[in-house]
Design a protein around this ligand. Structure first.
Ligand SMILES: [Zn+2]
Length: 499
């Protein structure tokens, strides 16, 4: 007998089998029962949540031999061929692979034709955000003057990439991630029908790993059945899929707290190599962080390693990653931005060791470098201080070099950080003890630093001056733009040092 994949076998065939999207199926059922069919629908939502499945059921509802119905028979020629994807009037187009001019032309021609056998011609365009501009233009023409008996259903995981002119002409439905309980329910049904015994714990693990996608859930379950046979236990799950996401995310939080930069970077590398997108990883970490945070707040049982994480630490990490998540939308270097943000967090929280470990140097050179540059009493030179600091501790130097010397009053050396360097200022505060000791090592006994941050007013004034400057106004003549952010151009003193 031909083997049918579980996904094909258990893919919902009518509205009653669709889980977790009742807010959508209810309306579509009414649409069919009242025969109030529109020309265009937009189905948006995460992968595996049933967008094309619902589109097919809707198409069957339109073209079933029994007439327009919310309960297609799944027996007639039309229903069966739509289930198979072979119906001539229900055309599924993959937006990701139909991007050429020929495909667009053929799309145009096909939309213009009237249906052959059935009553409606239905176009289901998957990954529609991937269509080219020409395809969108063709589509828009069709939506403006839709041919009789034509329904276009656009499915997308990324609706923001669709032109507004298209979106505004569609009736929109947002698909939700499928809840864990619904997925586990489905798992029980499959287990019963396929005559396999499976631990409940395993079903929950598979559901967690599928991230709200029914398709992922069923295909993971299938892999497990093929792998372990009729009896599936938690060991099988762990052998096949490795440690669960939660385990990885837990190590992520613990690693940051312990300053394990190398370990965290290779963890990120492994996740990315396993095919995960940065956004996906972030979503996982944020979700996990939220979970343990709530468990801590409501004093639920947690394991001892998680117990060692402080609430404000978890909140800060989540906060940072949420910020990063929105910044990534405009970035071409998502992985790099992720790594940098994580390293900054490590720098902030690891007390044990500095982020940049100095390379071992021959003893003699160190002796030479250790001799402080002469600084006379009362003639403090900030640049000299920085140069000495660089030899002493590169990590702290890399923070302090953002500062600007303002003045010495009494025994206080006032250093100001630019408006955009709040982070460095906070770090400097944290390293105050070290810096005070180093001052006294350089002959500035009883001296201390006073750190401040440039006021917003000064920053705005500076920004205004820069905007008015000739270089910038000339730039703007050529490029349409405005000043977004001003950052100090901090140059390293590497070259000067060599002389
Ligand atoms: Zn039928």
């Amino acid at each position: 007998m031909e083997y049918i994949t579980l996904y094909r076998k258990y893919r919902p065939k009518d509205f009653s089998e669709i889980k977790g999207q009742e807010h959508i199926t209810k309306i579509l059922i009414n649409t069919l029962e009242k025969d109030m069919i529109s020309h265009a629908y937009l189905f948006s939502g995460p992968k595996g949540t049933g967008k094309t499945t619902v589109a097919r059921i809707f198409a069957k509802g339109l073209n079933c031999d029994e007439g327009i119905t919310s309960k297609p028979c799944n027996k007639c020629k039309n229903c069966l061929s739509i289930n198979d994807g072979t119906n001539i009037d229900v055309i599924e187009i993959d937006g990701a692979s139909n991007r050429g001019i020929d495909e667009v032309r053929s799309l145009k021609e096909r939309v213009g034709l009237s249906p052959t056998l059935g009553r409606y011609r239905v176009f289901i365009i998957d990954e529609s955000h991937m269509l080219t501009q020409e395809a969108f233009n063709a589509l828009l023409k069709t939506l403006e003057e839709p041919p009789q008996k034509t329904v276009i259903i656009l499915a997308t995981t990324d609706p923001q990439k669709l032109p507004l002119t298209i979106i505004s002409r569609c009736i929109r439905f947002n698909f939700k991630r499928i809840g864990i309980d619904d997925l586990v329910d489905m798992g029980r049904t499959i287990a019963k029908n396929e005559k396999v015994s499976v631990d409940e714990e395993v079903l929950y693990k598979i559901a967690e790993a599928s991230d709200g996608s029914l398709r992922d859930f069923i295909s993971l379950f299938e892999q497990l059945i093929l792998f372990s046979g009729e009896k599936i236990e938690i060991e099988n799950f762990l052998t096949l899929l490795g440690e669960s996401g939660d385990e990885v995310y837990k190590n992520f939080f613990i690693g940051i707290q312990n300053g394990e930069d190398a370990k965290i970077l290779s963890m990120i590398g492994e996740l990315i190599n396993s095919g995960k997108e940065v956004q996906e990883i972030l979503r996982g970490i944020i979700g996990y962080g939220r979970k343990i945070l709530f468990k801590k707040i409501f004093e639920e049982e947690i394991d001892s390693e998680v117990k060692s994480l402080k609430k404000d630490f978890i909140i800060d990490v989540i906060d940072n990653l949420i910020d990063l998540f929105s910044e990534l939308r405009y970035s071409n270097f998502p992985r790099f931005m992720f790594e940098i943000r994580v390293l900054k967090l490590i720098l902030k929280y690891s007390k044990a060791k500095p982020l940049i470990v100095e390379e071992e140097k021959p003893q003699k050179v160190i002796e030479e470098e250790k001799i402080p540059h002469p600084i006379k009493e009362r003639s403090f030179v900030w640049d000299d201080f920085l140069l000495n600091l660089k030899n002493k501790n590169k990590a702290i130097y890399s923070i302090m070099r953002f500062g600007k010397f303002i003045e010495i009053k009494e025994d206080k050396i006032h250093i100001q950080f630019p408006y955009s360097s709040k982070f460095q200022k906070e770090m400097a505060e944290e390293k105050r003890d070290f810096l005070r000791n180093f001052l006294s090592e350089l002959g500035y006994k009883n001296y201390d630093f006073d750190f401040s941050i440039q006021s917003e007013e000064d920053y705005l004034k500076e920004r205004e001056e820069i905007e008015k400057s000739e270089e910038v106004t000339t730039l703007f003549k050529y490029f349409d733009g405005k000043v977004e952010k001003i950052e100090e151009n901090i140059e390293d003193t590497e070259d000067e040092e060599k002389n």
